[in-house]
Write a protein that binds this ligand. Structure first.
Ligand code: AMP
Length: 397
């Protein structure tokens, strides 16, 4: 069975066609600048050359039409006919408190996701557009929604409630939801497989460190605490997001800098994080290079980032009453040995001992702790697309 995995952003669309017989990727691609000048599709089928197609794509339906054409292209396609696509799995961001696992998409599901638009105004609308486009273009296949928030629905109330008037939770659903759930679920399951243990017997801390970043405490396979909150702004410092700050700073800056709601949101989401501190870039590679050249603010940005991750690891070990393995994943977590080393330094007291030699690894699965370290330290590249395809297959069975 071939499953098309789709991840729609506001002006972008990522896809993979996965053959579930052996979980091999038949084709992978990305559409950029949907609805803007210069829209283009980058497509690559297994064993064939990369193809870049530059045509105007005014909306997600037009983009998906190009994607489907590319998938069946004689020259650079992956399948002969669209009938070889048996289902679509959609990455959806926010399901509020409605779903704690993936679901087959029905009218009722679409209504629920629309109800959650207030909670994810940037993400849910393009997700919905993508599903509707596939329903029109491939009307005979089933669609499955895999939500970023679903995995975290197992958090106990004390983990998700904010110390604000309780009525606001009742009125607006104001609570911690958490994000990156599909990634945290994938790497935690993979960690259990690699360690040869039942996930029910493991206490894991998953550090998804990319442009967006979050830490998750996973006890017995269930998310029990996570650093992102009501929105993906809370928690760690990120590429451009500020993460945890004193809430009083918000009104202080608004007053001093004469910012309205849009302005302050823009500042906290787009101009903060390691970009804000370093003044250089949101890309950790640029910041690491600058730090190596002696730029003090670049070093400060990296140290600030690492210190936050360290604090969350220690806090989440306390939440679970211990930790068996710390997992690093996503762009930075998978690739940056220096960051992993700095994050783990000073955590020896709680049995986390990283091995500098083993830690010199990039983008592949590895156990990087010292022999005898009480806590395993693991690098596990995330694979949200595969998780989405697996959920889709499972629901179709
Ligand atoms: P993601 O959001 O998971 O795609 O991760 C993107 C982030 O990972 C960017 O900030 C990159 O700078 C960072 N990243 C990717 N590769 C490396 C690397 N080799 N060293 C340091 N950071 C990296």
């Amino acid at each position: 069975m071939n499953i098309l995995v789709i991840n729609c952003g506001s002006s972008s669309l990522k896809y993979q066609l996965i053959n579930m017989k052996d979980e091999s990727v038949l084709a992978i691609g990305l559409v950029e600048r949907i609805g803007l000048d210069g829209s283009r599709l980058k497509h690559e089928a297994a064993g064939k050359d990369k193809k870049v197609i530059e045509v105007p794509m005014n909306n997600h339906k037009e983009a998906l039409t190009e994607v489907l054409d590319a998938l069946v292209s004689k020259e650079y396609g992956a399948i002969e006919s669209l009938s070889e696509i048996e289902a679509a799995g959609h990455r959806m961001v926010h399901a509020g408190e409605f779903y704690s696992s993936s679901v087959i998409i029905t009218d009722d599901v679409m209504e629920k996701v629309e109800e959650c638009i207030d909670l994810a105004p940037l993400h849910n609308p393009p997700n919905i557009t993508g599903v509707k486009a596939i329903m029109e273009l491939l009307p005979s296949i089933k669609n499955v929604a895999v939500f970023d928030t679903a995995f975290h629905q197992t958090m106990p109330a004390e983990s998700y409630i904010y110390p604000l008037p309780y009525e606001l939770y009742e009125k607006y659903g104001l609570r911690r939801y958490g994000f990156h759930g599909t990634s945290h679920r994938y790497v935690s399951q993979r960690a259990a497989e690699i360690l040869g243990k039942d996930i029910k017997d493991l206490k894991l801390i998953s550090c998804h460190l990319g442009n967006g970043a979050s830490v998750d405490a996973i006890d017995g396979g269930k998310s029990v605490a996570t650093s992102m909150g009501f929105t993906p702004l809370e928690g760690l410092a990120m590429g451009t997001r500020c993460g945890d700050i004193d809430p009083a700073i918000v009104t202080f800056i608004m007053e001093k800098e004469n910012l309205d709601i849009k302005g302050i949101n823009n500042l906290m989401n787009k101009k903060s994080g390691v970009l804000g501190i370093s003044g250089i870039s949101s890309d950790f590679r640029d910041i690491e290079d600058a730090a190596a050249d002696g730029n003090e603010r670049a070093t400060l940005a990296l140290n600030t980032f690492d210190l936050r991750v360290k604090k969350y690891i220690a806090a989440y070990a306390a939440v679970m009453g211990g930790v068996d393995a710390v997992i690093f994943t996503a762009g930075l977590g998978e690739n940056s040995a220096d960051n992993r080393k700095n994050i783990c330094s000073n955590l020896e007291f709680m049995g986390i001992e990283i091995d500098e030699e083993l830690n010199k690894v990039r983008g592949k699965e590895a156990i990087v702790n010292k022999e005898g370290s009480a806590v395993k330290v693991m690098v596990i590249p995330t694979n949200e697309e595969l998780m989405i395809a697996r959920d889709t297959l499972e629901l179709l069975k």
